[in-house]
Write a protein that binds this ligand. Structure first.
Ligand code: NAD
Length: 346
């Protein structure tokens, strides 16, 4: 029988911290690492993925009907992560493809710690301070430059958390010992009772959170409801001089409105691990703004998270290939699909 092929697509550091060939060896499956330009046409991308049985997928490209329809051999797409906004579940189900992702605990703490690092980097101007030293301005005695490095205390700040799921909750826990003035949460699916029990206050609306917060941090998934949730109207409701942190998904923020807010002073500064589009094109105006800290979607990027993400995604792939039920399936109704059953028995 032909060996099953597992493709790792757009996860450049897969296998860097743990040799994944060990994990597949006894299964006989073959592991292939691929990269696809997210701007590629589906026909072109499908050509590269055509002989795969399972894809372990990065946060690009988009896996929708246009791809699935061209990949009759594909049995499953497993997100190497938790956000699955680039996998269209209805399309996967219709085409008989299992969609799965990793459990939140493998990366929750890493993303939350990155978020805290970004909040403190904004308040203490860490990247600008680093440049000040490297560029010799310390030695020159540049007082003007030094003045710009004077930071702010979190104790004086109201922090607003949008989305209190796994990551938002861990951010809240990590913030509490830093003693911000107040923590406010906006999450329409979490009750005021739960929020109060955590020592925070629930905002009744997004507008309320925007109007009160000095630091806003986003931890909601990208869904039709949250896409462009922070648009020009939302920025207009913010406290002038607020800070914004986004480690969730770029599509939650309208990039033009964000640029406007950074220019107009509505935002003092922003720290972004995610952006729309990704990667950020080299000529994008956001790269020319001094009041922005950018990281390349590395919220979950710690050795311990990456090791577990590699291991768990391979294990889920092998379960599916053995015909066992996937542990973290997102579209369980597909298990009844004759189109999936024609490919594999689960
Ligand atoms: P989660 O599903 O546990 O939590 C998401 C929370 O957002 C839920 O409590 C939900 O009720 C809330 N929510 C949904 N719609 C909302 C809305 N309209 N307004 C406010 N809140 C809303 O997810 P998680 O594990 O905490 O992850 C959150 C997001 O972080 C993921 O969806 C993913 O996009 C992103 N993420 C980024 C990285 C990174 O490397 N930067 C890594 C992992 C996850």
């Amino acid at each position: 029988m032909e060996a099953a092929r597992i493709g790792v697509v757009n996860v450049p550091l897969f296998g860097e911290f743990r040799d994944p060939s060990e994990l597949v060896r006894s299964s006989g499956a073959e592991l292939i690492k691929l990269s696809i330009d997210p701007r590629e046409e589906p026909e072109e991308a499908a050509g590269k993925l055509a002989d795969l049985d399972v894809v372990i997928a990065g946060s690009t490209p988009i896996y929708d009907r246009r791809l699935f329809a061209r990949l009759p051999r594909l049995k499953a797409v497993i997100r190497w992560g938790v956000g699955y906004d680039n996998v269209v579940l209805e399309d996967a189900t219709r085409e008989g493809v299992i969609a799965s992702r990793l459990p939140a605990y493998v990366l929750r703490d890493s993303v939350a710690e990155h978020t805290i690092a970004l909040i403190l980097s904004l308040l203490r101007r860490i990247p600008a301070a680093d440049s000040y030293v490297r560029e010799g301005r310390w030695e020159e005695g540049d007082v003007e430059g030094l003045r710009e490095l004077v930071g702010e205390r979190i104790e004086e700040k109201i922090v607003g958390i949008i989305g209190l799921g796994n990551i938002g909750l861990r951010v809240l826990e990590l913030l509490k010992p830093l003693k911000p003035r107040r923590i406010i949460v906006y999450d329409p699916y979490v009750s005021g009772e739960v929020v109060r029990a955590l020592g925070a206050d629930r905002a009744g609306s997004l507008e309320e959170l925007l109007a009160l917060s000095d630091i806003i941090t986003i931890h909601a998934p990208l869904t039709p409801e949250t896409r462009r949730m922070l648009d020009r109207r939302a920025f207009e409701k913010m406290k002038p001089g607020a800070y914004l942190v986004n480690t969730a998904r770029g599509g939650i923020i309208d990039p033009d409105a964000l640029l406007w807010a950074l220019e107009s002073g509505i935002l003092k500064a922003a720290a972004l691990d995610v952006f729309d589009p990704e990667p950020i094109p080299a000529d994008h105006p956001i790269l020319r703004r001094g009041n922005v800290i950018l990281t390349p979607h590395i919220g979950s990027g710690t050795i311990s998270s990456y090791k577990r993400m590699d291991e768990y995604s391979i294990q889920e792939a092998l379960r599916i290939l053995r015909g066992e039920k996937p542990l973290w399936i997102l579209n369980p109704e597909v298990l009844e699909s004759p189109r999936l059953r024609a490919k594999i028995r689960v």
